[in-house]
Ligand binder design. Sequence first.
Ligand SMILES: Nc1ncnc2c1ncn2[C@@H]1O[C@H](COP(=O)(O)OP(=O)(O)O)[C@@H](O)[C@H]1O
Ligand SMILES: O=C(O)C1=C[C@@H](OP(=O)(O)O)[C@@H](O)[C@H](O)C1
Ligand SMILES: [Mg+2]
Length: 200
Amino acid sequence: MNKTQIAEAGNATSVNEYENRPIVLVGLMGAGKSSIGRRLATQLGLPFKDADTEIEAASNLSVSEFFNLHGEAAFREGERKVIARLLKEPRHVLATGGGAFMDPRTRALISKKGCSIWLRAELDVIYKRCMKRNNRPLLKTGNPKTILKNLMEARYPVYAEADITVDSGDGPHEIVVDKIIAALKDLKNSSSGEIAQGRK
Ligand SMILES: Nc1ncnc2c1ncn2[C@@H]1O[C@H](COP(=O)(O)OP(=O)(O)O)[C@@H](O)[C@H]1O
Ligand SMILES: O=C(O)C1=C[C@@H](OP(=O)(O)O)[C@@H](O)[C@H](O)C1
Ligand SMILES: [Mg+2]
């Protein structure tokens, strides 16, 4: 059950409590979490945080350098700690890295403390966006399009557990920002006035 579904009696939390949670963007590389997250934060008048940037600042390494020096498992651990710290901060927009929500412990943290939004996009759109920069270590280990396709198959069923899903199509960022704001309003106006607490 996700937050947009009606809560069952005895297992609910108020929308107001929910509205105070950080807005956490999840989804594959190139979905737009960082660039749309920044614009969404500006629109909502909230601070913006990017988990990758925080890891880079804490380690004094780029994400690629971190992967090369310490490996993916250490990156996931650092990512979980950084996200746990950020989720304790007052309401903000948080862009996660694409693998964060795949880590069961990080996902549980986000489900407990955040309002998660999956930015969903199609393979060709994701691929085109990812090719703009060469800063994603996971795409350097083989054919990037094949890697992205395999990641989509493995990850989309898990991203689908997010509280809200918004399509991040091949238009301007602002269209996606507006769709997110509308989805958040829908949540606020949900007829029951309550949302599920015992989510996936
Ligand atoms: N809706 C969009 N329209 C156009 N370009 C986009 C859109 N979303 C993302 N991009 C571009 O795609 C690239 C990757 O986006 P980014 O925000 O870094 O994705 P993520 O953080 O999910 O990996 C950036 O150059 C960004 O400007
Ligand atoms: O999907 C992933 O596992 C990763 C996504 C990246 O972030 P973006 O999704 O912001 O590109 C970054 O955290 C790292 O390269 C690993
Ligand atoms: Mg990003």
